[in-house]
Design a protein around this ligand. Structure first.
Ligand code: SIN
Length: 330
């Protein structure tokens, strides 16, 4: 059978990281190793697929920008429209991998697999996890069962969906989890196995389209805490935020002084989403007052994913009811 053609887009991160010694797992330079070297380190890739690669960026993913997101979305779309490309794998730093994955989940319009992977140990480390993660990502991208699942994240033998997956641990290899819904599948001994498929709208069913010229609106994430008097809401509005995601307590609860500041923000046309600083769970209806002030609950989207959806939603509309419906659909 003809091998699938999987194209790799490299963006940097620890998977391409270089440290001073084999035992160093912190204090290394992320994104130091080129895509050709990454591919050459895993000759087994050639048994699985025909593999090609290119560099989109070489950054530590804490420095991810919307400009790179747009470049990635446009390039991924171009590649997937080609008959000779069957899937795309994106190597990425783990720190913001989940946001990039969700952005592409909503902006790339194709059934073909898109898989993000990374590593927790630099490429120069003893027992580096990058090579196995890259191999498993290519295996998943070449698997017909991955078609139509939206953007996937593959690390440490687990297949997660872009909407639910999050980085849970600062250094552990099994840091990526989908706390509320669980993984979609696993990869073992060279074989991906799927158990679930994502039902929320994505990729071909998504209404969001971007180009390299798209200007994503400024959306702030504010983290709730004791004694919060809403000063960050005022600062965000003064800085020109068009949306605010408030990472509230528990089920998206917001201290009363902050509610008052957010209400003023809504009055100025700023869209407000209630998310949570909790590690898992839905944010749903809590108090009538939040409804009165048109705060939109984020469902299971964590603050960083809610920010991505709100940015894309604001490209389409500023109507609160329409954006609320998008948070129920995506
Ligand atoms: C990064 O996100 O670029 C650095 C950390 C990592 O990849 O694990």
């Amino acid at each position: 059978m003809k091998k699938k053609h999987i194209h790799i887009l490299a963006t940097g991160g620890t998977i391409a990281g270089q440290a001073a010694s084999e035992t160093a797992t912190t204090g290394y330079q992320a994104g130091a190793i080129g895509v050709e070297e990454l591919l050459a380190a895993v000759p087994e890739l050639r048994d699985v697929a025909e593999v090609s690669g290119e560099t989109i960026a070489a950054i530590d993913s804490k420095d991810m920008t919307s400009e790179i997101w747009l470049r990635l979305a446009v390039r991924t779309q171009e590649l997937l429209q080609r008959d000779d490309v069957d899937g795309v794998v994106i190597t990425h730093g783990t720190d913001t991998l989940e946001e990039t994955a969700y952005f592409l989940h909503l902006t790339v319009h194709s059934d073909k697999p898109v898989v993000l992977t990374g590593a927790m140990r630099p490429a120069t480390a003893l027992s580096a996890d990058g090579p196995m993660n890259l191999l498993q990502a290519v295996l998943v991208a070449a698997d017909p069962e991955a078609c139509g699942c939206g953007v996937l994240v593959v690390l440490n033998g687990r297949i997660d969906g872009a909407r639910e997956v999050t980085k849970m641990h600062t250094t552990a290899l099994d840091t990526f989890q989908s706390p509320e819904t669980g993984a979609l599948g696993t990869v073992q001994d060279g074989q991906p196995v799927f158990y679930h498929i994502p039902l929320r709208a994505h990729t071909v069913d998504s209404e969001f389209a971007v180009t390299r010229q798209t200007k994503l609106p400024k959306v702030a994430i504010l983290y709730g805490h004791a004694d919060d008097d809403g000063f960050l809401v005022r600062a965000a509005c003064e800085a020109g935020a068009k949306g605010i995601v408030y990472a509230g307590m528990g089920n998206g609860s917001i201290p009363w002084p902050v509610v008052q500041e957010l209400t003023k923000a809504v009055g100025q046309g700023v869209l407000v989403v209630r998310s949570t600083r909790g590690a898992a769970g839905r944010v749903v209806y809590a108090e009538e007052v939040y409804e009165d002030f048109a705060f939109i609950p984020s469902d299971t989207l964590n603050p960083q994913k809610a920010r991505v959806l709100l940015q894309l939603a604001l490209l389409e509309t500023h109507k609160h009811e329409e954006i609320r419906a998008m948070f129920a659909r995506y």
